[in-house]
Design a protein around this ligand. Structure first.
Ligand SMILES: *[C@@H]1O[C@H](CO)[C@@H](O)[C@H](O)[C@H]1NC(C)=O
Length: 281
């Protein structure tokens, strides 16, 4: 018995190690063709950046589109700066320093004054406010559409932690990311360092474009279309009625009634009853 026991175990190990793994990878990869990849900006080469005196070393970390401004926002996490890239991107295209200085710090204000410290991620709301997970400042920063930077969370605490409550007193770990969730007008924070998912409600005016103005425009246009359709339908229904009452048709109808009345005496009583019944209907 002890001599037989290792062989099924070995067989199982052999199966797991060799036979099963190629079978899984073969069956799970589906090669769908029809897509193309091309390099549109090589940040290893010298890059002319508007707003910076010499060619800057830009380290692309993450990119998001700014839907209203028709450009992309590039986060350089190690350089603690944001760049705007005009669409379509090209090596000698329009690259601008958007906010930050290219080195870490903590300062609010104009794009030329604002400083960040290794931002990990950023999100853009429907009004194009930018929310920055300013990782090494343990804070959430906001860059308004005008370019003004403010600190909206973690401004008082300035240290790692997991405190909830009023945002300026809240604390975050040194490894968190955020995403904008338009339908609840909030930022969802995936705080990796503390393994917490946290929510920060935004002000209604931050989401006004989508929750109010956007919906308002659609509902107004829907109402306008419905009104127009109702008008057309009512117009078609009412048209014969109007032509009959206002036109020459009304007079003959009245005359017809008057003409039938004198004949009533000559009719038999049963005919008269029938006519009365018809009239009451
Ligand atoms: C938030 O922090 C400030 C500054 O430390 C303090 O004055 C204030 O009482 C705190 N608020 C709360 C709700 O903890």
């Amino acid at each position: 018995m002890p001599a037989i026991l290792p062989s099924p175990l070995l067989q199982l190990l052999f199966l797991l190690a060799f036979s099963s793994s190629p079978a899984i990878s073969d069956s799970e990869i589906v090669l769908e063709s029809g897509y193309t990849v091309s390099t549109v900006l090589d940040c290893n080469k010298p890059l002319a950046v508007a707003g910076l005196p010499s060619s800057a070393a830009v380290n692309p970390f993450s990119i998001l589109p700014r839907p209203r401004s028709r450009d992309l926002l590039l986060l350089d996490s190690s350089g603690s700066a944001f760049y705007s890239l005009a669409i379509p991107l090209s090596q000698d295209g329009d690259v601008r320093l958007f906010s930050g200085k290219g080195f870490p710090g903590f300062a609010d204000g104009d794009p030329t004054d604002a400083m960040f410290k290794n931002p990990r991620s950023f999100a853009i709301d429907s009004k194009e406010n930018i929310y920055v997970a300013d990782r090494s400042n343990y804070a959430i920063r906001k860059i308004s559409r005008s370019g003004m930077t403010t600190t909206i969370a973690g401004g008082y605490s300035k240290k790692t932690g997991h405190i909830d409550g009023p945002a300026q007193n809240a604390s975050f770990s040194n490894d968190f990311e955020l995403v904008y969730v338009p339908n609840i007008c909030a930022l969802m924070i995936s705080d990796r360092g503390t393994r917490l998912i946290r929510q920060m409600d935004l002000k209604p005016e931050d989401c006004a474009h989508e929750s109010q103005t956007g919906l308002g425009v659609t509902s107004v246009s829907v109402i306008a279309i419905l009104c127009a359709l109702c008008g057309i339908v009512l117009g078609f229904i009412a048209r014969p009625f109007f032509t009959r009452n206002t036109g020459s048709l009304r007079q003959p109808l009245y005359q017809q009634d008057m003409e039938t009345l004198p004949n009533q005496s000559e009719d038999t009583s049963s005919d008269g009853l029938l006519r009365h019944k018809k009239r009451s209907c």
